[in-house]
Design a protein around this ligand. Sequence first.
Ligand SMILES: [Zn+2]
Length: 312
Amino acid sequence: MNEYVYGIDIGGTNIKLGLFTLPGMKMIDVKEVETPRQNQETSIFEKIGSIILEMNQVNGIEFKQVKGVGAAVPCPVKNGHVDKCPNLKWNKLDIIFAFNKVLPDHVRVAVSNDATLAAYGENQILEKPYKNAVFYTLGTGVGGGIIINGEILEGATGLGGEIGHMRVFDGATETCGCGSQGCLEQICGTSGILNYTKELSLSSTSSIDFKNLSVKSVFDAAKAGDKVGLQVINRVAEYIAISASIIAVILDPDVFIIGGGISKAGSFLVDLISQHYQKHARFSSYKVPFLLASTGNDAGIIGAAYLIRKQI
Ligand SMILES: [Zn+2]
């Protein structure tokens, strides 16, 4: 009898479910649905329960063949408990208990933070996973995940890996969503990139199309040699490199993996980060390689599926 696990990524807008074979972890089906807006402490889990039932039927699977469910959530989580979730109306919620109410008793459940699980997934799909890996997710916000000795790091309260809120520069005039100023996210997140592009364009000519300004248009301009685009991307790469050099002297990782929407800029960005990193790294940490993430939008479901596979 074939056995399976589900990897689920719960986001503020969408919920994505992947069905994976055991032990090979081949993803045989995937489905994305809108996140329910009302009564999110119960409705999200009821919806997931019904979609799992539907996916089981479509794939000719009985529930007894489903051994576990792994879930990625968009907030700090510790041992399955969420204190507060800014993206969802969850307050002091036991996620594992909430899942147990909608799933048969034999189905095991594991939960962790989405960026932490993206880190885990990206590392696990490598031919030879690293023991110690640090993952950056670059998008609207800047997040991260940390793997130490092959295990995910949640930390004492679930905040482990929130690298976007590392204070890396002085002179910030705006306050970050976290309440601090000068966070990595303020420079390397989407609005930091776009604001800096607009600021530079006041004093320099640029080929960037400001009517349709996006991170992609800034990167495309930089790749084509535009001066403003290059200056913006260089600053992003430099601050990621500075933050990585700080992490390197604390954790001494084997690898840095760069993922998230902005990482679609590809090796162009990763090579720039590597170059800047060489200036800032100390001791033997200059050897730590930077890899480009490869799972794209599936990072959360893949990491969640690998987490539950490890626990069953
Ligand atoms: Zn912050």
